[in-house]
Design a protein around this ligand. Structure first.
Ligand code: UDP
Length: 255
């Protein structure tokens, strides 16, 4: 049992707080317990307000980590204690590093990104961690027939860790619809992580991230995101109203 592994409600969605997420996931992997990991930020929370299916998928996920600065600030105000932000890309990296250790040999699959991107990301990781067993990659733009081929491949290969980078909410819906294909796998929605690992894009400098300003860097890199980012002030207002009018729901323990 991990210390501090409880679910806290953030605008009605659960967020799990625990001391070591990668360790918990590795235990799940070794026990063959299929797991859907959602990396929650303010933007996704606002999408879930408008998309009931997404809200339900997040509520049913086995692990929801506090990915965004808004979520972390909300939790800190609620709990009156420091909460560590875990960007999804860093959770995925920590997992890959664990999986690359001798003796683990778990099968890993990368799905998503423009043509060639997930393959390049896999190449990068294979160079970093020669012990990592990446059994396949698949690009995120394809026909229905090609997607059926992907499903068959997954069912046949049975990867144990499947990183899905299709963006929100596409990746969450896809995982929920397809996780039965590999019931013992750890499925993580990783957004644009393959773009970063392949060198196609860069992450915000550490000092910006440390000041909860990673969103500003993304806006600078991808100005077309401005409309999506209106979700951030919307989240702040809703969070304030929610805090004033509802009681915090704390306590669900994870197995
Ligand atoms: N993507 C994809 N298939 C699609 C749409 C998007 O593979 O049909 C990929 C896209 O190439 C990018 C990722 O999904 O690599 C989305 O990245 P983004 O940073 O926008 O993710 P989000 O901010 O939604 O988590």
């Amino acid at each position: 049992m991990h210390k501090h592994n409880r679910a806290i409600s953030v605008l009605g969605l659960p967020v799990n707080i625990m001391s070591d997420y990668p360790d918990w996931l590795l235990e799940r992997l070794q026990q063959g317990l299929g797991t859907h990991v959602v990396t929650l930020n303010a933007e996704m929370t606002m999408q879930a307000e408008r998309n009931q299916i997404l809200a339900q998928i997040i509520s049913c996920a086995d692990l929801v980590i506090p990915d965004g600065a808004g979520i972390v600030l909300y939790l800190q105000l609620l709990l009156q204690q420091k909460v560590r932000r875990i960007p999804g890309i860093e959770l995925a990296e920590a997992m890959l590093e664990k999986l690359g250790q001798p003796g683990i040999n778990a099968k890993v699959f990368f799905y998503g990104g423009a043509p060639g991107v997930s393959a390049k990301a896999a190449e990068f990781w294979q160079q970093q961690l020669p012990g990592l067993n990446i059994v396949g990659t698949y690009c995120g733009y394809h026909s229905t027939a090609q997607e059926e081929q992907l499903r068959q491949n997954l069912a046949q290969i049975q990867p144990q860790v499947i990183l899905v980078g299709l963006g929100v909410p596409r990746q969450e819906l896809w995982i929920a619809q397809n996780r039965h294909l590999c019931p013992e796998a750890i499925w993580i929605g990783v957004g644009g992580s393959f773009d970063i690992w392949s060198g196609r894009k860069t992450r915000a400098p550490k000092w910006l991230a440390n000041h909860n300003l990673e969103w500003l860097y993304r806006l600078y890199q991808e100005p077309w995101r401005w409309r999506r980012m209106l979700a951030l002030p919307e989240f702040a207002c809703k969070a304030l109203v929610y805090r004033l009018f509802s009681k915090p729901c704390i306590g669900q323990q994870l197995p």
